[in-house]
Design a protein around this ligand. Sequence first.
Ligand SMILES: Nc1ncnc2c1ncn2[C@@H]1O[C@H](COP(=O)(O)OP(=O)(O)OP(=O)(O)O)[C@@H](O)[C@H]1O
Ligand SMILES: [Mg+2]
Ligand SMILES: [Zn+2]
Length: 271
Amino acid sequence: MEELYEMKEKKIKLEQGTINKGIIAVASGKGGVGKSTVTVNLATALAASGYQVGIIDTDVRGFSVPRILGTKEQPKARGEHEIIPPKTHGIKMISMGSFVDENSPIIWRSPLLGGALEQFFKDVNWGELDYLVLDLPPGTGDMPLNIMQKIPHAHLLVVTTPQITATKVAGRIGSMAEKMDLNLLGVVENMAYYQCKECGNRDYIFGEGGGLELAKFMKTELLGSLPLLSEIRRRSDSGSPIVVDEPEAEISKLFMDIAEKIVEKLDMGAE
Ligand SMILES: Nc1ncnc2c1ncn2[C@@H]1O[C@H](COP(=O)(O)OP(=O)(O)OP(=O)(O)O)[C@@H](O)[C@H]1O
Ligand SMILES: [Mg+2]
Ligand SMILES: [Zn+2]
């Protein structure tokens, strides 16, 4: 497979579009740590800050991004090599979910991941984007590795829970990224604590400080710690991202804060 895109004057030139600021690939050492939830909420936080954002959901078995984002619309085919992604909350999104839906109007050319990824980048008419956010498959196996190999210059964001085993496997991703042409952006610690609604006391259910330890181990930055909150779960299930619906909520501010750090890091030209 030839390159998915080329770099020109610090911008990413796609077959049908441009990414002005960068590709953010969201990875996790293991499944179920909230990678897709963080992906969608960060994307909505970036969109809320006025940026043009796209998401590619690359998880063949997961395709939870459409649900969390609340997308009901399918992509539309306009000719053999032009796919128009649906736009939800201002975010253009394409998912493996579209790939397996029998009712989808799109006939994907290849059922293999490599082919689908190529289509996601080349056949989709992305137009002008500031950020393209990728939800990678979980883990450190062939699937995420193959994708990481195909997205040179992308910025890698690692999502982990504070639990020691989770941070340990997530550490492996750092060394994977190092071998490839990826910039390590930082760590987001999810499900860091449960906060009592009555007294505000924090219970560190999965242990304390794992995210920071991982960031130190990978010689990168802890960009934020997110609480375990039933509201997040509920809104993921119902497809109404909290940053969109309740921008003033404490958790929305945490997402906005992480998004802001990411914007700054990419503008500085992460090493
Ligand atoms: N901070 C949080 N508070 C409460 N629930 C959360 C939080 N983060 C994620 N969840 C919930 O945990 C579950 C797993 O999250 P999600 O699907 O985002 O994880 P994932 O890492 O993408 O999983 P997979 O490996 O299956 O792709 C979902 O039900 C989600 O709503
Ligand atoms: Mg997921
Ligand atoms: Zn209490």
